[in-house]
Design a protein around this ligand. Structure first.
Ligand code: SAH
Length: 201
């Protein structure tokens, strides 16, 4: 598949045009190694080293849409990996703070984002399950690795009132996306699509 084919495929599945434009604005080939550049516009996950993968564009688009981002939003991206998903998020909000457990991936993501001319993403090396308390609260939180049992409470606690969080969770229903919304009275959690992600460690 080439870039135009991928964009038409996403446009048919994603109703928020801003999300399709955000995917269109990010050169995915800059977030994979040179040997995978020819496959960069396949709607598939690709290897990024350290046993990790760059997420499938359709899933990235779906998660961005669920977060209902506004141009003023401050966003946390947990499991930044290649930096690709953070780059797409960055086109839809004011600033993205990314956390990646693997130091080498965090460094590479920072370089790829810089090379792609994206200046509103800050990548930190660390354990994203604990969130980023020093920058909380966030209007939206994106998690790109599956948490066993449920969404880590520390992440929910770092949501602003009205904030949204999307995360893959593995529980008795299997592995699926969960959308959390922080309301006056507490957290509203909705189980959505079945997905496959690498584990949150
Ligand atoms: N969003 C990424 C997908 C990366 S796959 C992209 O677009 O490329 C998930 C990533 O989560 C991996 O890079 C893995 O190293 C990272 N990860 C796993 N557990 C983590 C944790 N506790 N904190 C931060 N990152 C974690």
């Amino acid at each position: 598949m080439d870039r135009d084919a991928l964009l038409s495929r996403l446009a048919a599945r994603v109703s928020d045009e801003r999300v399709v434009s955000a995917v269109a604005a990010v050169p995915r080939e800059m977030f994979v190694s040179a040997d995978l550049a020819a496959a960069a516009y396949e709607d598939a996950p690709l290897r990024i080293g350290h046993g990790q993968t760059i997420s499938q564009p359709a899933i990235v688009a779906r998660m961005c849409e669920l977060l209902e981002l506004k141009s003023t939003d401050r966003v946390l991206d947990v499991g930044t990996g290649s930096g690709y998903h953070a780059a797409v998020l960055s086109r839809l909000c004011a600033h993205v703070w990314g956390i990646e457990l693997e130091a080498q991936l965090a460094l590479r993501a920072t370089r790829s984002l810089l090379a792609a001319g994206i200046d509103n993403v800050t990548v930190t090396n660390g354990d994203g399950a604990a969130g980023l308390p020093e920058q909380a609260p966030f209007d939206a939180i994106n998690v790109a690795a599956t948490a066993a049992g449920g969404v880590p409470p520390a992440l929910e606690q770092q949501l602003a009132l009205g904030g949204r969080l999307v995360a893959p969770v593995d529980d008795e229903r299997g592995e699926h996306l969960v959308l959390v919304r922080r309301l006056e009275g507490g957290f509203e959690r909705t189980s959505l699509d079945a997905v496959r992600f690498v584990p949150l460690r």
